[in-house]
Design a protein around this ligand. Sequence first.
Ligand code: NDP
Length: 332
Amino acid sequence: MKWGLIGASTIASAHMIGAIRAQTGNTVEAVLSSDATRAREFAARHDIPHADTDLAVLLGRSQIDAVYISTTNEKHFAQAMAAIAAGKHVLCEKPLAMTVADARTMVEAARAAGLVFATNHHLRCSGAHRAAKAAIAEGRIGDVLSMRVFHAVMLPEKLRGWRIDNPAAGGGVIPDITVHDADTVRFYLDEDPQRVVAQALTSGLGKGVEDSVMSVWTMPSGIMVQSHESFTHPFAGSGLEIHGSKGSIFARNVMTQLPTGRVTLVTAEGERDLAYDSYDLYEFALAEFNRAVAGHGRPAADGIDGVKSLAVAMAVREAALSGRAVDADYGG
Ligand code: NDP
């Protein structure tokens, strides 16, 4: 598969170009930036044949089968719609769009065109999360009662641009991290959060957007979920806990881009670490995307997964702003 990169971003540089090139027969043909110098430098640094500044030019390259969209969040919608109109498969960064309605429109357009559309929710690809989920499915903690997600980190200096001061670009910890946690919870529990309450604030970094949020979600089954995201916590570590009627799972340092962390099962028999497969999370997502384009199965996280994670994040933000309980509106 031949790829076009829409966005000369950090995530494309750090993870996605490598993950694409790790797939047999996958190449990166072109990169799009709004700035000609940045496009040229990015293309030269990553050995990409074409550096474009006009989306129509990149999409007009007939050899390109699929695009990876990793611009700032407010650009995803228009770029994805143009890519779909040009007949390209789409792997889009989270949050898919600024509104659930736009996200639904993108996903529906791809479906109607017979194109694969995926959301780059990497956490559900992780071997650690998959091992923990398998343990739950095997009944090792009995009936799940509650889940806690800890995703309060220190935002690295180099990422402290639009994320902390630009609401129009989709800044704030809720669109940045809560979406990932929403997807992870949905992945574990196979159900969609119904109602949320939340509080958010700025605790040192955010200017005009929240940099910290805590929320509680009601699941249709009655499972309770508690979630914490922040940009300002240098030593909190990340993780999640799933508590059941016969045991608990404690997964530490697993809400990351790397295949790291420890997954511990605690039951009446005692405490034991769960083994898991360690591999690159983004390469896993790319492999699933390739399989879906070849007509086998679905992407690791598809478009509807991206719509739903955004809907939960939007409900969390509305609940925090209004001080009221808010039902997630999935728009479908
Ligand atoms: P970056 O800030 O690195 O890139 C976003 C945009 O900023 C780029 O498209 C680029 O515009 C512009 N830009 C890059 N460098 C500069 C610069 N030196 N000066 C001015 N503008 C610059 O964002 P991220 O890579 O952190 O995030 C991009 C997207 O990916 C977001 O949607 C984010 O939510 C998502 N993301 C997802 C992750 C995941 O694990 N799934 C992890 C990290 C981010 P242009 O393209 O026009 O050059």
